[in-house]
Design a protein around this ligand. Structure first.
Ligand SMILES: CC(C)(COP(=O)(O)OP(=O)(O)OC[C@H]1O[C@@H](n2cnc3c(N)ncnc32)[C@H](O)[C@@H]1OP(=O)(O)O)[C@@H](O)C(=O)NCCC(=O)NCCS
Length: 242
């Protein structure tokens, strides 16, 4: 192992390692993309058993190499998550090549101002472009539906990978409501959350029947802390516990 004499030297070495890592990630990405051709459904794309095999293998490799096993596992889990989304995109593109709308499961293509506008006109409130960028980056599952280049549907889920998946911010452009897209987006997020112990959501007023049709039950003990408590109390979305 090379010993460095100053921080510049450390950074130069790290930069050249990063170059190699990015090259390897690119190479890995080419193979992941090809894997989509051989998958029969989205469960096959997610392949949780294979993920655990890879994690176990890289932990062993880390141990042998004297690396921090936890760091290696965390890096791999994040990388695999992103690759699964990319593979899911490829899988859906192959499957829906001839279908009318285009579906994406990562935010590579997202124009945050366009998304903010979609929420405004759906309507689902005033959500700032810069805030949306953060919440979508922190959401494990996401769906964007386009009609050619126009964003017409969206939904996301904050999930922990095993126990709970929280679906939120589902919205369809008014010109495209009633075509079954909302249902397809929720179903897709539910499918991504397959085998989770619970999938939960918080419906806007009057939207409960939409979710009930998709298999959601009413939660009797749901509780929440809202930043703007008075607003949601006034709207009748929550009530004081008595
Ligand atoms: C709510 C919303 C997402 C539904 O999407 P959509 O694409 O218009 O709905 P779909 O065409 O997929 O409807 C699926 C089914 O739910 C029903 N449905 C849709 N909205 C409904 C509502 N408000 N109440 C009851 N049923 C509803 C449809 O009739 C359809 O029934 P079917 O399968 O028996 O034909 C969409 O209207 C929207 O974006 N609204 C504004 C934003 C919003 O409120 N989002 C929800 C936040 S919780």
């Amino acid at each position: 192992m090379q010993n460095c004499n100053n921080i510049e030297e450390v950074r130069t070495n790290i930069n050249s390692i990063d170059e190699e890592i990015v090259k390897l990630i690119t190479k890995r990405g080419h193979f992941v993309k090809q894997a989509a051709k051989f998958k029969k459904d989205t469960a096959d794309v997610k392949a949780p058993k294979r993920v655990e095999e890879v994690i176990s293998k890289v932990r062993d490799l880390a141990k042998t190499a004297g690396a921090n096993e936890e760091v290696v596992e965390n890096v791999y889990r994040t990388m695999i998550d992103s690759f699964i989304n990319a593979e899911m995109n490829e899988f859906e593109h192959l499957k829906t090549k001839d279908e009318k709308f285009q579906w994406f499961y990562d935010s590579n293509k997202t124009n945050w101002d366009e998304l903010s506008n979609l929420y405004k006109i759906a309507p689902l409130g005033d959500k700032k472009a810069e805030d949306l960028k953060v919440v979508f980056a922190n959401s494990k599952y996401k769906c964007f539906v386009y009609d050619n280049e126009k964003l017409i549907g969206v939904g996301r889920s904050v999930a922990d990978g095993y126990d709970v998946s929280y679906i939120c911010d589902v919205a369809i452009h008014p010109d495209f409501q009633g075509l079954g897209l909302g249902k397809q987006i929720v179903n897709k997020l539910v499918e991504f959350s397959y085998n989770y112990n619970k999938i939960i959501l918080f419906a806007s007023m009057g939207k409960e029947p939409f979710y009930a049709k998709l298999g959601f039950d009413k939660m009797n003990t749901a509780m929440a802390i809202f930043k703007n408590r008075q607003r949601v109390l006034d709207m009748g979305l929550v009530s004081e516990f008595k």
